[in-house]
Ligand binder design. Structure first.
Ligand SMILES: *Cc1c(COP(=O)(O)O)cnc(C)c1O
Length: 418
């Protein structure tokens, strides 16, 4: 459920008409509903309320500091994968004791930064990383709280670009090696192993792979406890799938009800890292039709947004629902490609999609763009990045202004003797 809906054929975000916002801020832009964002967070947090838990928002899904601040206000922690994301989470007021740091290529600088800020734990992805964290922690005279990111070797039915839990994956430490690594970690003076972590992929529309992997993980936790390693956190990662078009996505309760019986006997605090399920349907991308044209036996709608603004269709062949912001009663539908202005054939939002006929100047909404939308955007083709607008009730806030041409060349310099 979300707060983007049609009333008398006009698209609203909460109490504001999308086309009215579009006239004001110009296109393209991202539009978020605060109500949807907080409701989705609470749905996940509540689903796990029967056991001790911490719901972390995956900052890479949507890194805007206003979004992070709202979620922090709801009690969310943060799952970060870089020093930059850690900086954003702290700037937004996320309690460092609610921040977990994942990623297989953490640098010494990033590790030192996180240790100084006193984060909850590092999710460690290799034995060399374990050694480096130990070294830096000793230098700083602290003990680094660590979990190992275990690769449970489960197959997940999702796009290969976002599957992370098979044994061919670059992520994590194979389950078979985990015990040995924990024994090493327990002996190192700069480390305190306190958790076990997994993250098996993204946009997973089935509870079964989670069930299978958490069963494997729970056996590991039990063995570790027998060894005297005080595991207090089980971080189950994220990846909960959502509806883009007609997917049948399990609800937060479905995921929780499957996993809680396996997790409860472990007597650990459970960490949930959710990105897409919180932010995905809390945002849309609004774009304007520039031209319509026909070529060969194809019809094209050329819009002012492009793959640099929303990469998912080009990058993952993702299908996003697209619809005019103002529906025209009785407009015939036609089969079209919705494409952007960038000089790449992969710059598209839809291929052979049946859409109501539209004219230049009309606004289109591209739905489910709140996660991995703006955060994956770039300046390719020297296109200034678009603004992000947040709606709450009848109010709209610019939470990131549109970039200017000057912004594009910021930091660049022409050497004097060139
Ligand atoms: C990306 C990521 C997540 C979030 O994935 P979603 O599919 O957005 O829920 C969680 N944990 C880790 C380690 C990730 O890399």
């Amino acid at each position: 459920m979300n707060d983007f809906d049609y009333r008398n054929g006009r698209l609203y975000c909460e109490e504001l008409r999308v086309s009215a916002i579009a006239e004001k801020v110009e296109t393209p832009f991202y539009l978020y509903s605060m109500n949807t964002l907080t409701r989705h967070f609470r749905a996940i947090d509540d689903a796990f309320s029967s056991i001790p838990h911490l719901t972390c928002f995956s900052v890479k899904a949507n890194s805007n500091v206003a979004i992070l601040k709202i979620l922090a206000g709801e009690g969310a922690g943060a799952d970060v994968v870089s020093g930059g994301e850690l900086f954003r989470a702290l700037k937004a007021g996320v309690d460092p004791k609610k921040i977990v740091f994942t990623g297989l290529g953490k640098t010494a600088d990033e590790i030192e930064y996180a240790l100084k800020e006193g984060i909850l734990m590092f999710n460690v992805e290799s034995s060399q990383e374990l050694m480096l964290i130990n070294e830096i922690a000793q230098k700083l005279k602290v003990k680094a709280p660590v979990a190992l990111r275990v690769n449970p070797d489960v197959e997940v039915d999702t796009h290969p670009g976002v599957a992370t839990g098979s044994k061919e994956s670059k992520f994590g430490i194979p389950l078979s090696q985990a015990m040995a690594e924990y024994e090493v970690a327990a002996k190192l003076p700069g480390l305190e192993p306190i958790g076990v972590h997994q993250h098996i992929g993204s946009q997973i529309l089935d509870t079964k792979p989670f069930e299978a992997s958490i069963k494997k993980i729970s056996n590991l936790v039990k063995s570790l406890k027998l060894l005297g390693i005080d595991v207090r956190y089980v971080d189950i990662g994220g990846g909960f799938g959502i509806q883009y078009t007609d997917e049948d996505a399990p609800s937060p309760k479905d995921f929780a009800n499957t996993l809680i019986p396996i997790l409860t006997p472990l007597e650990c605090s459970v960490i949930i890292e959710a990105g897409r399920m919180i932010a995905g349907n809390a945002g849309i991308l609004v774009t304007r039709v520039l031209y319509t044209k026909e070529g060969g036996d194809k019809k094209f709608i050329v819009v002012d947004a492009a793959m640099n603004d929303l990469l998912r269709p080009s990058f993952y062949q993702a299908v996003h629902k697209i619809s005019p912001a103002e529906l025209n009663d009785g407009a015939p539908t036609e089969k079209v490609d919705v494409v952007g202005p960038i000089c790449e054939s992969s710059d598209f939002f839809a291929i052979d999609r049946e859409l109501p006929a539209v004219k230049p100047g009309e606004f289109l909404a591209i739905f489910t763009a709140g996660a991995y939308g703006f955060s994956m955007s770039s300046n390719y083709n020297s296109r200034p990045r678009v603004p992000e607008i947040l709606v709450s009730g009848r109010k709209a806030f610019v939470i990131r202004r549109r970039e200017t041409y000057e912004d594009l060349a910021r930091g660049e310099g022409i050497p004097k003797d060139l």
